[in-house]
Design a protein around this ligand. Structure first.
Ligand SMILES: [Zn+2]
Length: 83
Protein backbone atom coordinates (compact mmCIF):
# COMPACT_ATOMS: atom_id res chain seq x y z
CA UNK A 1 0.00 0.00 0.00
CA UNK A 2 2.68 2.50 1.03
CA UNK A 3 4.94 1.57 -1.88
CA UNK A 4 2.01 1.95 -4.28
CA UNK A 5 1.21 5.44 -2.99
CA UNK A 6 4.88 6.41 -3.13
CA UNK A 7 5.21 5.12 -6.69
CA UNK A 8 2.03 6.94 -7.68
CA UNK A 9 3.32 10.16 -6.14
CA UNK A 10 6.65 9.86 -7.97
CA UNK A 11 4.93 9.10 -11.27
CA UNK A 12 2.64 12.09 -10.78
CA UNK A 13 5.60 14.40 -10.11
CA UNK A 14 7.45 13.11 -13.18
CA UNK A 15 4.38 13.44 -15.42
CA UNK A 16 3.46 16.96 -14.34
CA UNK A 17 7.12 17.96 -14.44
CA UNK A 18 7.28 16.94 -18.10
CA UNK A 19 3.96 18.58 -18.96
CA UNK A 20 4.49 21.92 -17.25
CA UNK A 21 8.25 22.12 -16.82
CA UNK A 22 8.16 22.65 -13.08
CA UNK A 23 6.97 20.35 -10.36
CA UNK A 24 6.34 22.62 -7.39
CA UNK A 25 2.57 22.11 -7.48
CA UNK A 26 2.81 18.39 -8.19
CA UNK A 27 5.43 18.04 -5.49
CA UNK A 28 3.12 19.72 -3.00
CA UNK A 29 0.26 17.47 -4.14
CA UNK A 30 2.45 14.40 -3.80
CA UNK A 31 3.45 15.40 -0.29
CA UNK A 32 -0.22 15.97 0.56
CA UNK A 33 -1.03 12.50 -0.77
CA UNK A 34 1.76 10.96 1.29
CA UNK A 35 0.56 12.78 4.41
CA UNK A 36 -2.99 11.53 3.80
CA UNK A 37 -1.68 8.02 3.20
CA UNK A 38 0.41 8.23 6.34
CA UNK A 39 -2.47 9.38 8.55
CA UNK A 40 -3.74 5.85 9.23
CA UNK A 41 -0.12 4.70 9.48
CA UNK A 42 0.47 7.04 12.42
CA UNK A 43 -2.38 5.34 14.26
CA UNK A 44 -0.77 1.94 13.71
CA UNK A 45 0.12 1.36 17.32
CA UNK A 46 1.00 -1.65 19.41
CA UNK A 47 -2.26 -3.09 20.83
CA UNK A 48 -0.48 -3.95 24.06
CA UNK A 49 1.43 -0.77 24.96
CA UNK A 50 0.35 1.79 22.31
CA UNK A 51 3.83 2.42 20.91
CA UNK A 52 3.82 3.40 17.23
CA UNK A 53 5.06 0.41 15.28
CA UNK A 54 6.77 2.55 12.63
CA UNK A 55 9.22 3.95 15.14
CA UNK A 56 12.27 1.86 15.88
CA UNK A 57 14.19 3.80 18.46
CA UNK A 58 14.79 7.20 16.87
CA UNK A 59 14.28 5.89 13.34
CA UNK A 60 10.99 6.01 11.43
CA UNK A 61 10.62 3.16 8.98
CA UNK A 62 8.09 2.86 6.12
CA UNK A 63 6.92 -0.56 7.33
CA UNK A 64 5.59 -1.51 10.76
CA UNK A 65 7.39 -3.63 13.27
CA UNK A 66 6.06 -7.15 13.45
CA UNK A 67 7.23 -7.50 17.03
CA UNK A 68 6.77 -4.39 19.19
CA UNK A 69 10.20 -3.00 20.02
CA UNK A 70 8.94 -1.61 23.32
CA UNK A 71 7.13 -4.56 24.91
CA UNK A 72 7.79 -7.46 22.52
CA UNK A 73 4.11 -8.00 21.73
CA UNK A 74 3.51 -9.94 18.52
CA UNK A 75 1.53 -7.28 16.62
CA UNK A 76 1.33 -9.31 13.44
CA UNK A 77 -1.52 -11.45 14.72
CA UNK A 78 -3.43 -8.48 16.15
CA UNK A 79 -3.15 -6.36 12.98
CA UNK A 80 -3.44 -9.09 10.37
CA UNK A 81 -6.58 -7.48 8.93
CA UNK A 82 -4.51 -4.49 7.81
CA UNK A 83 -2.23 -6.53 5.55
ZN1 LIG B 1 4.13 -2.86 22.58
Amino acid sequence: MMLGVLALAIIMVVLVDRLYGHSTLAFAAAIMMLVIANAPMLRFNCPACGKNLFFRGVLVVPWPNRICSACGHDCDSANSQNR
